[in-house]
Design a protein around this ligand. Structure first.
Ligand code: NAG
Length: 134
């Protein structure tokens, strides 16, 4: 095999193993700042987003390239007062909420509320309650 052919094979393998788009996860505080503001520690197996403290209405987000093989998983551990809860904010199940044509560029909005967690995958038009505080 020539070097050129070898390079083309490598390039093709890279292209099919990675999607072209970038998905986004947004974490928004919908809880009062008392007894304490929302804290979220988010990470995947090899990507630590770190701990963020969010006042009511504040948001942070990150973007990533989902694997074609749906193994990408980000989870967050949320803390609010004496309550805490940890769950996947992006995985194969969450990605199926995306309704837009541009599947790989979907944005997932998570709002922590006093009762639980709402997610929207259509730019905040419809919300679904998916998790509750412990
Ligand atoms: C969360 O979503 C539910 C629908 O599952 C909705 O009834 C509720 O108003 C939402 N809460 C907030 C704070 O967005």
């Amino acid at each position: 095999m020539s070097n050129l052919h070898f390079s083309l094979v490598i390039l093709t393998v890279c292209l099919i193993s990675q999607s072209s788009g970038k998905a986004g996860v947004h974490i928004i505080s919908g809880v009062p700042d008392h007894p304490s503001p929302l804290q979220a520690r988010c990470q995947s197996k090899d990507d630590d987003i770190g701990t963020h403290t969010l006042l009511n209405g504040e948001e942070f987000s990150w973007r990533f390239r989902p694997n074609i093989i749906p193994t990408t998983l980000y989870f967050c551990h949320f803390y609010w007062g004496a309550k805490d809860r940890s769950f996947a904010v992006y995985d194969a199940r969450i990605s199926r909420l995306c309704k837009q044509d541009d599947y790989w560029n979907c944005d997932y909005y998570w709002v922590a509320t006093p009762t639980g967690f709402n997610v929207s995958a259509d730019n905040k038009v419809t919300w679904k309650t998916l998790n509750y505080w412990n």
